[in-house]
Design a protein around this ligand. Structure first.
Ligand code: SF4
Length: 237
């Protein structure tokens, strides 16, 4: 029989865990910078994204220098991350496209356009995908969007927040319905941290995971947590 979970209670525990571990005191970034940060964060932890983004900002004079740099120089920024070469290529392609269209590296005009129009324009960049557009909408355009990358998809499916067979776009639609806009960033950071610290693709560390008591995968596999979820009480039988 399918396991039934209380999604609201699960989300409350996720938000509580996220507040303790990751917080949301992130640096405000303009649209172009947020696009690039999203490219760093996709399929990576926040720590990895911060490190890669810092490398780009500190090692290069400006975005134009990055645009004309070699693939190998940029790959260094993404060392240790998945698809380092592809990330470097996407970054160069993006900056080249922005430069050819605007002769500058400023996309903040999009903040004055309607949300749908701005998202549509962003999605036209070759380096864009559903995750990055959602990231920029959530972080710089003031809209409600939940970026879904592979770790988010895996973790939310195991938790039972989405259906197993949903793809990233379907999962995003479901999660945007489930998560209030005001909690969007906390959710994104919280799930990313759980996926990076515990919910690995192979051998997830369920017994140490703070969401174990509420997780469908853990319940279906008879795994008991060693960390009590805050506020969770087992009902007396
Ligand atoms: S309990 Fe296990 S499967 Fe569930 S979210 Fe945590 S690590 Fe992932």
């Amino acid at each position: 029989m399918a396991t039934t979970i209380n999604k609201q209670r699960l989300l409350n525990h996720l938000f509580a865990a996220a507040k303790k571990t990751v917080g949301v005191d992130e640096e405000a970034r303009p649209v172009l910078q947020q696009f690039i940060y999203g490219l760093c964060h996709e399929n990576a932890t926040r720590e990895q994204a911060d490190e890669a983004y810092r490398f780009l900002c500190e090692r290069f004079f400006d975005w134009n220098e990055i645009r004309v740099s070699s693939l190998r120089e940029l790959e260094e920024a993404f060392a240790g991350m998945s698809d380092a070469e592809m990330r470097a290529q996407r970054l160069i392609t993006f900056l080249q496209e922005v430069f050819e269209i605007h002769f500058s590296f400023d996309l903040d005009k999009l903040q004055k356009e309607g949300l749908k129009q701005a998202a549509k324009k962003l999605s036209r960049y070759q380096a864009a995908n559903d995750y990055i557009v959602s990231w920029v909408v959530q972080r710089s355009l003031g809209g409600h969007a939940i970026p879904v990358d592979a770790p988010t998809l895996r973790c939310t499916a195991r938790l039972g927040l989405i259906e197993n067979e949903q793809d990233a776009a379907e999962a995003r639609a479901s999660l945007e319905h489930l998560i209030p806009k005001a909690k969007g960033i906390l959710f994104t950071e919280g799930i990313s941290a759980i996926a990076g610290d515990y919910c690995w693709e192979e051998q997830p560390q369920c017994s140490a995971c703070p969401l174990c008591a509420d997780c469908t995968y853990a319940q279906e596999n008879g795994i008991e947590g060693t960390v009590a979820s805050r506020g969770h009480r087992t009902k007396p039988r």
